[in-house]
Design a protein around this ligand. Structure first.
Ligand SMILES: Cc1cc2nc3c(=O)[nH]c(=O)nc-3n(C[C@H](O)[C@H](O)[C@H](O)COP(=O)(O)OP(=O)(O)OC[C@H]3O[C@@H](n4cnc5c(N)ncnc54)[C@H](O)[C@@H]3O)c2cc1C
Length: 385
């Protein structure tokens, strides 16, 4: 299907995604979510659709999608069940680091397997004692001839249990100043000395979020991305632009699901002799929810457009992530109010949206951090002295 550069291809792909959601995801969501069990069959179908290679270049076997098309897919999937988007999103951030910073040999070796979904993984940055402050990580990788030996722990790592590799941020030079000059990113396959255990969460069920412990884990030196030490943080931060745009697109999906289900419910539920949608207080909520949704979607489109033009977009991605995640949280609360007690019940999806939405304010950099990034850029771009 080529690069999906023309509108016809794009429509075919989005149609295939819609069919996949209605046939393979929606009917099974409640069961997997309430059991908190990993949806392996759905993950395999994602692979058949090519979504593990969504943003990987066609020359490496991926679909070569632009961020703009990719965000439309993420929105659609997340409007049904956000956890499914996590299965391929963090995998694609790892792939993005290889594609942007890997050597040609690394790209040829890893990207086709990643695009086919044979190698599935994610990105391991956060540790038990630090998340926002990544320069404080302690997981170390010591060079031993043509290998690195990794020791340390990562926490809250998506795809760490059902995936078979992770791009891991490690310290290769503990005395480097500033500290980021001693940090490197390497691809680590599951093996002896790589232990994972599942973490229990409020929401975002089904997908595996785990802690990972490295105990003298040996990794070929060839797995160091770009074969260059000291560039890891830079490589990770560049990949997080796409990661943040995708979190924002998830927010749009969730905000949309909350709105759509509220519009339907408010026409069916009656109070004081008329559908609640005829009460002005409910109309105000629907209007605000719809306005937030549209604004969030436009910010995502804008950030994706800048990203696709190869321009640094940490400010645009930060704004989209900040606004869309808060829109999802607000819409989930309003949807719950509109649904009354049914919103609080397991019978409806609203309680799931309400549990899933707060993650968007935390993952891929908290919203406090996004505000800092936006403000820094504003000042840098508008210097008066
Ligand atoms: C379900 C789930 C999945 C995740 N998946 C992954 C994954 O796949 N890979 C991965 O590496 N990580 C993952 N994470 C971790 C996530 O990226 C971190 O939780 C996030 O970066 C925040 O780090 P923290 O939780 O350590 O919070 P902290 O950094 O301890 O922050 C605590 C609070 O302090 C605020 N804060 C910190 N510094 C500042 C500052 N300078 N100014 C103002 N406020 C500040 C934060 O905004 C936050 O409100 C996941 C988390 C969850 C919950």
């Amino acid at each position: 299907m080529g690069t999906y550069s023309d509108k016809g291809d794009e429509a075919v792909l989005l149609d295939a995604v819609d069919q996949f959601i209605e046939r393979d995801v929606r009917p099974f969501t409640r069961k997997f979510e309430s059991d908190d069990s990993y949806p392996e069959e759905i993950a395999d179908k994602l692979s058949q659709l090519g979504l593990f290679g969504a943003t990987i270049g066609c020359e490496y076997g991926g679909l070569g999608l632009s961020a703009q098309i990719y965000t439309r897919i993420v929105e659609r999937v997340s409007a049904c069940w956000m956890s499914i988007s996590g299965i391929f999103n963090s995998h694609l951030i790892a792939a993005n680091a290889v594609e942007r910073f890997g050597t040609e040999e690394q790209k040829q070796r890893w990207l086709p397997m990643m695009a086919r979904g044979e190698m599935r993984g994610g990105i391991a940055l956060t540790e038990p004692d630090c998340g926002t402050d990544l320069q404080a990580i302690r997981t170390e990788a010591a060079r031993d001839k043509d290998q690195f030996i990794i020791n340390g722990s990562k926490m809250w790592i998506t795809n760490s249990m059902y995936g078979n590799f992770l791009a891991v941020l490690v310290v290769t030079n503990p005395i480097a100043e500033p500290r980021h000059r001693g940090m490197s990113l390497m691809l680590v396959e599951k093996q002896a000395g790589y232990e994972t255990s599942k973490l229990e969460k409020l929401g975002y069920n089904g997908i595996d979020t785990g802690s990972v412990h490295f105990d003298n884990t040996r990794v070929p030196a060839d797995n160091l991305i770009g074969l260059e030490e000291g560039k890891g943080l830079q490589q990770v931060l560049a990949g997080l632009e796409l990661g943040r745009i995708n979190v924002a697109a998830r927010g749009v999906g969730l905000a949309r699901a909350c709105l759509e289900e509220s519009i339907s419910y408010s026409q069916l539920r009656k109070a004081f002799g008329k559908p609640i949608c005829n009460h002005q207080a409910i109309q105000f909520k629907l209007a605000d929810m719809a306005t937030r949704l549209e604004a969030a979607r436009l910010l995502v489109e804008r950030a994706a457009h800048v990203y696709d033009n190869g321009i640094r977009c940490d400010m645009e991605a930060g704004m989209a992530k900040l606004f869309a995640s808060e829109a999802a949280i607000k819409n989930s609360i309003e949807a719950m109010r509109i649904h009354g007690a049914y919103g609080y019940s397991k019978e409806y999806n609203i309680e799931r949206y309400y549990r899933d939405a707060p993650l968007l304010a935390i993952g891929e950099g908290t919203n406090e951090l996004q505000r800092i990034i936006i403000a820094r850029q504003l000042i840098e771009k508008n210097k008066v002295v």
